[in-house]
Design a protein around this ligand. Sequence first.
Ligand code: ADP
Ligand code: TZD
Ligand code: MG
Length: 573
Amino acid sequence: MDGSDSKTEVSQELTDGFHLIIDALKLNGINNVYHVPGIPVTDLGRMMQAEGMRVISFRHESNAGNAAAIAGYLTRKPGVCLTVSAPGFLNGLVSLAHATTNCWPMILISGSSEREIVDLQKGDYEEMDQLAVAKPLCKAAYRILHAEDIGVGIARAIRAAVSGRPGGVYLDIPASLLGQVMDAETGARSLIKVVDPSPAQIPAPQAVDRALDVLKGAERPLLILGKGAAYAQCDAIVRQFVERTGAPYIAMSMAKGLLPDDHPQYAGAARSLVLKESDCVMLIGARLNWLLSHGQGKQWGERFTKRFIHVDIDPKEMDSNQPISAPLVGDIESTLSLMLAKMSNWAPPPSEWTEAVNAKRAANVERMAPKLANNNVPMDFHGALGRLKRVFADHPDAILVNEGANTLDFARSIIDMAKPRKRLDVGTWGVMGIGMGTAIAATVETGHPVVAVEGDSAFGFSGMEVETICRYGLPVCVVVFNNSGIYRGTDADPTGRDPGTTVFVRESRYDLMMQAFGGEGITARSPDDLERAVRDAIASGKPTLVNAIIDPEAGTESGRIGNLNPQSAVNRQ
Ligand code: ADP
Ligand code: TZD
Ligand code: MG
């Protein structure tokens, strides 16, 4: 592998670290990379593009990383983010941790300084022991030191990212690796095409029987679909299973649309009732974490009175918050298929239960309808989102990206999704800033148009990427819900010195940001204007930003999770 001699002798038969990385990724069907250039990976990005990979070059690594994370969710292949060393790596690391928290496969590849210098802390350009920093924040972390190990390194990264519970993987690429030279034929043989990267995990027959017994014994069953079920991409089986049980179901945020939200068994509009009154809850790719109040508290009714069935690929998830009567450790496709095979004469749940749920749902939908139809100026969240609901009903393939507080919580409950994996949002951590990276990857990976419904604060975290959207000419319509602040636009500094901590410049012209880069920028003050602007944007496919002016008084503190704010016992005012 000593490249220096052979380089001059038989140059046409040589390969190097750059090309081996590219060949290994392509061999494994990874063709898109989300990137910010710089030392030592500028040429790697260029060569990837030259070799036919799609390289999307961002303005900040956080956004490139969020793009890679969601690409992993949408494709079940690791999304790849490529960054420079120390600061670029650290910028990308947040999204790697975010991917891991959400159980999405992602690989963060970062260039790094030479070991000899880093390990003795001699002070290299952008020196940092990146591998050590990344390790506690992701599912696995590897470093490749020799070109002949690139095949193994990439194979391990892919497997670690997608097998079992998916997650983020860090891959450290010291600068000197890229230029290392080796014989091309040996290099080609060293690459690994990963066979069966995410093997089926089949639950034991006893576990399946136990779960069926528990479900059969339920008088008021409830199914909860989570984004793990959407990720699994076995939509027909999930649908068949839900319909065979006849039980009401609710969908966690990103599982909305796995079955269409207008499905007769969908109990989203009767959520409080089904959580409280059900006697048996089956979780399918959803964790009993904070998003479900850990399965306890007022909204769940009395503790330890419900039975839980839990399908998850990770055995450690069982009993994490509540006792699980029937753990089903396996992948969702295998597990639900095995259950279905034994459910041929399945009796639907008692009609008192399904009728009670249906009645509650109908009442809540009716109560909501007039609010959604309002054409008030200034707009409130309901008036604005009522119109976007209509637009999505007419464009079931459009992808909704959604972040903010009120903007997120209202949009989640108001806008129906008709197809799987069309709603992409802040995920398990509630991260502000996922917006533009998510929007970009969503359309790059699927070819579908995107409407990103963004709180004005949320948008600010990744807003510079509107240039990226314009540069690549992507069909993304950003709708900024401009209520001039975080939650509301009405706070004031009690001392009168500065602006209140949660307010922004009143009625900022976000539309001009898109115009600055050649896209369309429009201000919408009424629901009518908003609906028209978004319909036009989807029809044209042009990068568009609609600055939707929302009443600064309309929101509530932290949207629907204000109860999580600690309260001070001291009042000094
Ligand atoms: P939500 O936020 O929608 O409730 P979570 O992210 O909390 O969803 O839960 C997703 C769960 O799905 C994780 O616990 C993960 O281990 C699990 N999961 C991911 N893929 C699969 C799969 N193919 N089969 C079974 N479980 C899966
Ligand atoms: N930083 C990060 C990375 N994630 C966060 N979730 C927050 C800060 C805190 N935060 C929220 O949880 S929501 C939010 C912040 C700053 C912004 C809410 O304001 P908005 O939405 O304008 O986006 P609404 O519609 O005005 O409520
Ligand atoms: Mg706001």
